[in-house]
Design a protein around this ligand. Structure first.
Ligand code: IMP
Ligand code: MG
Length: 184
């Protein structure tokens, strides 16, 4: 899917495919340097983190494993409910592991702070966070995010894994939707 396929549903492109790609190169280099030859367990949060996970993991030179968790904190709307449920838990045992949570976006940070304390209670050697996008409200939550791709304005965005009512995840860029899309 690209901008042309969206017709007038696309308001504007916030981050192009090229911008995302070059920032991922930088993040991967940082992560490789920080973890040196340590085994890393990348934990992706479904479904939004699929694109970041795929693109980040392929740029890493060190030994990595990937595991997935599905939690729900949003319905099909655009506001955080603050309620987190585990829909699919990890397969891996975290005892003694270096865990790197891979996120698409941190908005209110509610999902993440819940996830952090959940994963920390499982006896890992370390838990860090990498997120492609972070919104301003995330600053209200006392969570130390080691790797941030881009700080973005407080707008609802889609693409590169992010959805509106399950659509637009397959856009290669991050963009905003025209207001008429929300009024359907
Ligand atoms: P938080 O708990 O408010 O930090 O948000 C958690 C989840 O809400 C993210 O992992 C996304 O799935 C979703 N989300 C937050 N902001 C957006 C957005 O702008 N577009 C699409 N999904 C979003
Ligand atoms: Mg979502």
């Amino acid at each position: 899917m690209d901008a042309a396929d969206m017709g007038d549903d696309l308001e504007r492109i916030l981050l192009s495919e090229e911008q995302l790609s070059s920032r991922l190169d930088e993040l991967a280099a940082q992560i490789d340097a920080d973890y040196a030859a340590k085994d890393v367990l990348l934990v992706g949060v479904l479904k939004g983190a699929v694109m970041v996970m795929a693109d980040l993991a392929r740029r890493l030179h060190g030994p990595v494993e990937m595991d997935w968790m599905a939690v729900s904190s949003y319905g099909s709307g655009t506001k955080s409910s603050g309620v987190v449920r585990i829909l699919k838990d990890l397969d891996a045992d975290l005892t003694g592991r270096h865990v790197l949570i891979v996120e698409d976006i941190i908005d209110s940070g509610l999902t993440l702070s819940w996830l952090l304390s959940n994963l920390r209670s499982r006896g890992p050697a370390s838990v860090e966070i990498a997120t492609m996008l972070r919104k301003p409200d995330a600053a209200k939550v006392e969570v130390d995010v080691r790797y941030v791709g881009f700080e973005i304005p407080n707008e609802f965005v889609v693409g590169y894994g992010l959805d509106y009512a399950e659509r637009y995840r397959n856009l290669p860029f991050v963009g905003t939707l025209a207001p008429h899309v929300y009024s359907h």
